[in-house]
Structure formats: structure tokens, C-alpha cells
Write a new protein. Structure first.
Length: 147
């Protein structure tokens, strides 16, 4: 998952379809690709940090699952978890994580890439995953348009 965004370009551009706003998706993707790369040594990343890999108890995260993507890379890949959050929680996540603007921008790209990939894979076969990834994509677009 810490794979640089540029290596995900072909699959992401292929997934940008008429289901969503093509121009907005392209603008988010182009901005993410234009952001400077992570300038520090690779960081430990979960690599697949999305709502399906979190367990909640009493409204709190009680466990993180799915470490198949664990590795080192750009921490922006784990920032994708912020996209489906409500705006106030997203702002808190950003403040607490201390991610700089460039990392946050690349995080949008990771959110778009994973959301589109999952949406195109599951739209016709798994309505729950399709709804979750549709939300991730629309929140990524809305957040970008407000930024």
C-alpha cells in the first residue's frame, strides 16, 4: 500500500468513470501526483487502513485488523482512513496526526485510488462495499473542493 502514487496512475485513470464527476476526480488525482513525495525515510504503514479493518467498541476504536499490507512507505497511504469520517472528525484526525499539506494531498490520492478500485470491483456484487467506497470517493471530492 505504501506504493508511490505514480505507480498507481494507470489503474486509477482507468477507474475514473462516469459514475462520479470525471473532471473532479481527475483534478484530485492530478493534485495528488503533483504533490512532492515523502521527503523522509519510509515510515511504517498499515497499508490498508479503511473502516472495514477497524473494530469499534462503545464508539471507540478497539482494534486494527488486516495487516497484509504492512510495510514501509509514504504515511499518506494511511491517511485515507480520514476521508470517510465526518468533517469534524477528519479535522481532528489531521490535527492529531500532524500530517503536512503535501502528505494530506497525497492521502487524497490514496483515498481516491483505493476507493475507485474497490468501487469498480464491487459495485455490481457487494452493495455494502460499494456504498462504503462511494462515500469515501464523494467525501474525498467534497474535501478537495472545500480545500
Amino acid at each position: 500500500m505504501g506504493t508511490p502514487l505514480a505507480r498507481r496512475g494507470a489503474e486509477t485513470r482507468a477507474a475514473i468513470a462516469d459514475v462520479f464527476d470525471r473532471a473532479a476526480l481527475t483534478a484530485v488525482w492530478d493534485a495528488a501526483l503533483a504533490a512532492p513525495p515523502w521527503p523522509h525515510p519510509p515510515a511504517w504503514v498499515h497499508g490498508d487502513l479503511h473502516p472495514g479493518n477497524l473494530l469499534l467498541a462503545a464508539g471507540q476504536v478497539s482494534a486494527v485488523l488486516g495487516f497484509g499490507g504492512l510495510g514501509v512507505g509514504d504515511p499518506a497511504c494511511d491517511a485515507l482512513i480520514a476521508r470517510p469520517l465526518p468533517p469534524c472528525a477528519r479535522a481532528t484526525f489531521r490535527a492529531v496526526s500532524g500530517l503536512d499539506d503535501d502528505t494530506w494531498t497525497r492521502g487524497r490520492g490514496y483515498a481516491l485510488n483505493t476507493g475507485l478500485s474497490a468501487y469498480t470491483a464491487y459495485a455490481a456484487t457487494n452493495p455494502r462495499v460499494a456504498a462504503s467506497t462511494r462515500h469515501q470517493i464523494t467525501e474525498t471530492l467534497a474535501n478537495f473542493q472545500r480545500a
